[in-house]
Design a protein around this ligand. Structure first.
Ligand SMILES: C[S@@+](CC[C@H](N)C(=O)[O-])C[C@H]1O[C@@H](n2cnc3c(N)ncnc32)[C@H](O)[C@@H]1O
Length: 219
């Protein structure tokens, strides 16, 4: 299978600065919540410049950070070198994780399911690599919870300029439904705005956990 190409050098440069500003404006607290209580072997998908790495708890024995964008991967490597836990940064895509079946305790995704080429394939991969009972932790901006002007604008920009300007990002994805459809059981879900403005195009966020069930559902 041909690998999805992910090369967004201009976006990568902008994101490195923007992510630091967003973290100062409240993102850090969300990132801490995202990884709180994790332990064992973790795969972080689309790890970017490694803004989550500093927050992994000491009980995490290994993080495999998969990042396809060259510039962000290099920044991620620098963050890995300074991280409090062992982080290995590798090239790869969400749709084809370089990890064995059922071999990890948790998969972490933040602001990635907005950008992957296929949410369905990426989530099937997360499910595949998790051990039964393992968790998907997610922090994602999503489609507005209710029909209205914001949702309309999100869909309009997704059909035009937004993915081009923002490294393949989409504003109007219904990520929680996609997680559910992939066979996960959602065990916690917080919906909030970040930034806390009704006008922010990618303000509606979800942060939570979903479990790969121990007993496989009949398909
Ligand atoms: C908005 S950035 C978020 C980075 C990081 N997760 C964070 O929380 O700051 C989106 C990230 O998704 C990555 N990405 C895009 N398409 C991807 C794919 N198909 N597989 C894995 N990562 C992908 C980008 O390279 C980028 O690092």
């Amino acid at each position: 299978m041909a690998r999805t190409a992910v090369s967004h050098p201009v976006f990568a440069r902008v994101f490195e600065r923007a992510s630091a500003r967003m973290d100062d404006a409240g993102g850090t607290a969300h990132r801490r919540r995202l990884v709180r209580g994790l332990s064992g072997r973790i795969v972080e998908v689309g790890a970017g410049n490694g803004r989550n790495f500093a927050h992994y708890p000491a009980q995490v024995t290994e993080v495999l950070a998969v990042e396809p964008e060259r510039r962000l991967r290099a920044s991620g490597q620098r963050a890995a070198d300074a991280a409090p836990v062992a982080v290995t940064v590798v090239d790869g895509v969400a749709e084809e994780l370089p990890v064995e079946d059922g071999s990890v305790d948790a998969v972490v995704m933040s602001w990635v399911l907005c950008s992957v080429a296929s949410q369905r394939t990426a989530l099937a991969e997360a499910y595949r690599v998790l051990r039964p009972g393992g968790q998907l932790r997610f922090f994602e901006h999503v489609v507005a919870a209710h029909p209205g002007p914001l949702r309309w604008v999100q869909r309009a920009v997704d059909a035009t300029i937004w993915p081009v300007l923002c490294g393949g990002c989409h504003a109007s994805r219904d990520t929680v439904s996609a997680i559910h459809a992939a066979g996960f059981e959602i065990s916690s879900l917080d919906r909030f705005r970040f930034p806390d403005s009704p006008l922010a195009l990618v303000g509606p966020h979800v942060l939570g956990a979903a479990v790969r069930p121990v007993a496989e559902p009949a398909r």
